[in-house]
Design a protein around this ligand. Structure first.
Ligand code: 5GP
Length: 127
């Protein structure tokens, strides 16, 4: 698979599409998901052209990997989620349910997450 430079998150990174920005640094941009599945549902995307965790983990420079994961932690902290807790998810490929082919991590928080970890959280999940 070849990275598509016109995927939605690439266009958001270039400023061609709007987003509700939460955080930005040289390694990552974080913004609210357009279809939130929890009271807090934020996406963190690395800067650079990575399709999923497959190429990000294999090919991204060490500084990019470290910078990205530090950004994920900073975003969760900035959102006030550390004390109560949160869930992070990254989908890869068809069976992973990936829809946007620019690597991203979902941060879910603000309510109790289900222990059914084979599924993404759903809007009305209570446990
Ligand atoms: P995936 O299944 O690829 O991990 O999830 C992609 C996520 O991107 C979905 O949760 C979807 O709601 C979100 N999304 C899709 N298009 C947009 C958009 O244009 N803006 C924002 N903020 N989120 C989007």
């Amino acid at each position: 698979m070849v990275y598509d430079r016109n995927n939605i998150f690439a266009r958001i990174l270039r400023g061609e599409l709007p987003c509700k920005k939460v955080y930005e640094d040289e390694f990552a941009l974080a913004f609210h998901d357009i279809n939130p599945l929890a009271p807090v549902h934020v996406l963190v995307v690395p800067k650079g052209e990575y399709i999923s965790n497959v190429d990000f983990s294999a090919d991204a420079p060490d500084a990019q990997v470290v910078g990205f994961w530090r950004a994920v932690g900073k975003v969760a902290k900035q959102l006030g989620l550390e004390a109560e807790g949160y869930r992070i998810v990254a989908n890869h490929g068809p069976q992973g349910g990936q829809l946007v082919f620019h690597f991203h991590v979902h941060i879910f928080g603000g309510r109790q997450m289900s222990h059914r970890m084979g599924n993404m959280p759903r809007p009305n999940d209570r446990q």
